[in-house]
Write a protein that binds this ligand. Structure first.
Ligand code: PDD
Length: 289
């Protein structure tokens, strides 16, 4: 059977099953309260990209909201590998969600209820992405989120609204803005490159998710002698930048060519963003995962 006609197999609480049979109780706190954490790891040529830091961040996020991590990194990887194998996934992503578990709908619950774990794969073309060749337009929106954006919470209503606004505007991503400064993309980390060839991104804090792709891209940039500056920047600065791009587990390095309808970076992917994208694939391809 080919991968497209084979049943899609997902993982729910210790069990691999066809997606049609996978259910979560309505009293799950992820469903009722958004009381859970998630991670997304890319898969290229059947191999995970930056998987260990994603699983480390999962552990950190769970710890930050007091959910017991039900698995060691080795156990997570074993389940991921089995899911990739059962779905014959060559390229796409793997999603993990851990919620606090199932309990009567009350704001609090005993600390020892069993976390719910759901995992699934998504087949997507990630490497050959036409958007990366042309660059993408984005819009800006107010950042409506809570104060602990460093936690990869499944409570994503503000990001859903931002993405819907982006879709309505016919663009790929929305950058969120607070007090005049860009925080991050609805599902990505924001970067600009100044006329002095400085790669600028916001420093880590509670205001943004510590992006794993951000971390890898910054490491690669440093290794190649590029200058990195962690500081806040405004939308006006981004519009005037030499280059603009964003990073995430599924878009890697994505050049931006317009912000709120204004052309940026000459309307074409810039040379440094292109180079960073190339370096990212080079690093992913040479990793052993
Ligand atoms: N989102 N900032 C936010 C708010 C994000 O949701 C994401 C990723 C990132 C980039 O982080 P990373 O490089 O670790 O993927 C930054 C994932 C891809 C998602 O929600 O699908």
């Amino acid at each position: 059977m080919s991968a497209s006609t084979a049943p899609r197999i997902v993982y729910v609480n210790g069990r691999f099953c066809p997606i049609e049979e996978a259910t979560v109780p309505i009293m799950d706190r992820g469903f009722l309260f958004g009381d859970g954490i998630y991670e997304v790891t890319a898969v290229l040529d059947g191999k995970f990209v930056d998987n260990e830091p994603h699983l480390t961040r999962l552990d950190r996020s769970l710890g930050a909201i007091g959910i017991r991590n039900p698995h060691t990194i080795a156990e997570w990887v074993a389940i991921q590998c089995e899911l990739v194998r059962r779905n014959a996934l060559a390229e796409g992503s793997i999603y993990i969600e851990v919620t606090r578990g199932v309990y009567e709908r009350e704001f609090t619950c005993p600390p020892d209820i069993a976390p719910s774990v759901v995992m699934f794969t998504q087949t997507r073309k990630l490497r050959e992405n036409p958007a990366a060749d042309t660059g993408v337009p984005i819009i800006t929106v107010p950042d409506l989120r809570w104060a602990r954006r460093d936690i990869k919470s499944v409570a994503l209503l503000a990001q859903v609204l931002a993405k819907q606004a982006a879709k309505a505007a016919g663009v790929a991503e929305a950058w969120m803005v607070e007090d005049g400064f860009v925080t991050e993309g609805a599902s990505s980390t924001a970067f600009i490159i100044t006329g002095k060839r400085e790669i600028v991104t916001r420093p880590l804090s509670n205001a943004v998710l510590p992006g794993i792709t951000r971390q890898t891209v910054m490491k690669l940039a440093a290794e190649h002698g590029l200058t990195l500056v962690e500081r806040l920047f405004t939308v006006e600065e981004a519009k005037a930048a030499e280059e603009v791009f964003f990073t995430s587990a599924t878009t890697f390095v994505m050049p931006v060519v317009a912000i709120d309808g204004e052309i940026v970076g000459g309307g074409q992917p810039g040379p440094l963003a292109r180079e960073l994208r190339r370096l990212y694939f080079e690093a992913a391809d040479s990793a052993s995962e």
